[in-house]
Design a protein around this ligand. Sequence first.
Ligand code: PEP
Ligand code: MN
Length: 569
Amino acid sequence: MRVAIQGTRGSFSEAAARLRWPDLELVPCREVGDVAAAVREGRADAGCLAIENSLVGSVTPTYDLLHEAFGDGTLHLNSEVLLPVHHALMAVPGAPLSGITRVLSHPVALGQCRIWLGRHLPGVEQVSAWDTAGSAEIVAKAGDPTQAAIAPSHAAAHYGLQLLEERIEDDPTNQTRFLTFTRSDLELDPTAPRKTSLIVWLDHRPGMLAAVLQAFAARGINLTALQSRPERSAPWTYRFYFDVEGAISDPRLGEALEAIEALAARIVILGSYAAWTGEGAVATAPQPAAPNHRPKPDMPLFDRRQKPEGTIVQIGPVEVGGERPVVIAGPCSVESEEMLLQTAEAVAAAGADMLRGGAFKPRTSPYDFQGLGVRGLKFLAEARERTGLPVVTEVLSWEEVPVVARYADLLQIGARNMQNFALLRAAGRSGKPILLKRGAGATIEEWLHAAEYILAHGNPNVILCERGIRTFERATRHTLDLNAVALVRERTHLPVIADPSHAAGMRSIVGPLTLAALAAGAHGVIVEVHPDPSQAMSDGPQSLDLAMFAELMLRIRAAGPVPAVGAMA
Ligand code: PEP
Ligand code: MN
């Protein structure tokens, strides 16, 4: 295998290329462009170029070459190589460190040794050379004891130099990432993980880059590198280079690329290559299932027969789905730090198991209080810290799943979002248990299939919540469907809880509905509680005050264990 590198014998590029092809025949090249040309013109079979260093960042000449070199499909990216990079300072034999006045190396290497040079050779002249090993060769040829080179330590023996100091890089973790490529499309190990590189040109409009990133995020595709470079002939416009996990043949990536193609002014897919799996490899994200390509199981994942013993969802110390009814209590909305802490402490003292509170609120009117957002999430985390109660809070859109998941122990998907499929998929990938409320107009079948989305996307921890449906009845806000509680317990292994507050819309019947739901087989309840309901910013009429809740707690605890399915038949 003839492999072209930028640099000469003894360079880091050679060492990197040998990690991929140990028995290679080296084709040294002066410039990065020469490496691509050598492979294109058949003077070499493969090329190996540095693309990024862990201390100084991108190797911009390589980035600037990528479009021209790979855009037309003649060359094929093959693999990535990570090479630990340790630099040594070397000079002609007998030259003392104190006499060095000029240091030569590749500019990227000089950049990686800035701290050592500043400390041990302050004011030394730093001279950019074409290559690290190449600068060792220049120093050897010159024979001048005032010159030194920064190069891999093995280059010293190669060029008859002595080592003045080893490991002079600014950080011992220093490594460089290389890309190898070939003219013909080499067979890659089909089981090896892949990465894909692409370049995207975007119009100057708000949110364009975010939209591209979301095309990856929505499908659970992990981004490993993002670099922008100026578009030379069009000042203040940019090309964006993306590296993502997965091969082009991965349907998730195929879908994302289709979406990006539709958004971008232009897209060039540079290709897929084998990701580095050797020493220093960054752990890859688990590959979620493709959104629109789920193999259908013989029986729905929610079906009770999948798990006749029932699922217990563990949230910190709390078990939902066991014999003990779980009580989740707190305000409809997190209104302030003070009111949340006061409510949290009161419900904890009364014996609640978890704290609720909306930070992102789904409101019927856009003029109503929309919640405190991230500030509210922080208050919830603080309340958890104070009381030890795990917290549940609603997430309104798939884009906000990561931020809400960072603070919440249980993510609530509200009634209005029960069939927001993008949100359900993201919930499946969130790594957090999900509280899935039934839509006010949803059938039991639709509700269970919404749960199926979350299960199918890899999250087994789903709790169903009956919160009242819309019927002809206007005297209450909704009608708590206890048929559904009892029936869903039969039909699924998932835990089922009830929300009497939103069903009732008035506090006076929250207590009876709670006890009725538990009697019908609910594994617990979620109840709205406010220190001063008359002042609540949302759902005041249905919120219990602290004393009413404490009273209700006593009755819940007196109600006994959650009945087993079939126990009452
Ligand atoms: C809530 O829990 O405050 C809420 C908005 O609930 P739902 O989605 O059931 O209306
Ligand atoms: Mn509410």
